[in-house]
Structures are given as C-alpha cells and as structure tokens.
Design a protein around this ligand. Structure first.
Ligand SMILES: [Zn+2]
Length: 69
C-alpha cells in the first residue's frame, strides 16, 4: 500500500538493493514506472538508455560481476 501522495515523491532506487528509496518496493515501483512512462512517452529510445544505465549500475553492484576495464 502506497502512502498518501506517494506519486508526488521521488521514487528513485537505492543501491545496492534496487529498492525504491521512498516506498521500499522493488524498483521501478508503480509510481516510478508511471513517471518513466510519462516522461519518455515520446522517446522510447531515451527510456531504453535511461533504464540501461540503471541496469548497468545494478550489475556493477553484484558481488560476482566481472569488472570491465
Ligand atoms: Zn516507490
């Protein structure tokens, strides 16, 4: 259950757990997905690049991920 006005708060991921900093749900939580869809409605490649950056950061946080030089 989201807290009141949760959709107006910054729903950004924490590291290294990739949980929402505000609501604690796995990121992207529902408000974050809605915000991303709204922001990148006319720019699907931009959304892909944005999520790719988060994915790369999440991979780097994994303890057994080989480092790329
Ligand atoms: Zn959230």
């Amino acid at each position: 259950m989201l807290r009141p006005f949760a959709r107006f708060r910054a729903h950004i991921p924490t590291r290294p757990l990739s949980l929402c900093r505000y609501c604690g749900a796995p990121w992207p939580c529902s408000p974050a997905r809605l915000r991303l869809l709204t922001r990148y409605r006319d720019d699907p490649p931009g959304l892909l690049l944005h999520l790719g950056a988060y994915f790369y950061a999440a991979l780097a946080d994994q303890p057994h991920t080989p480092r790329v030089a």
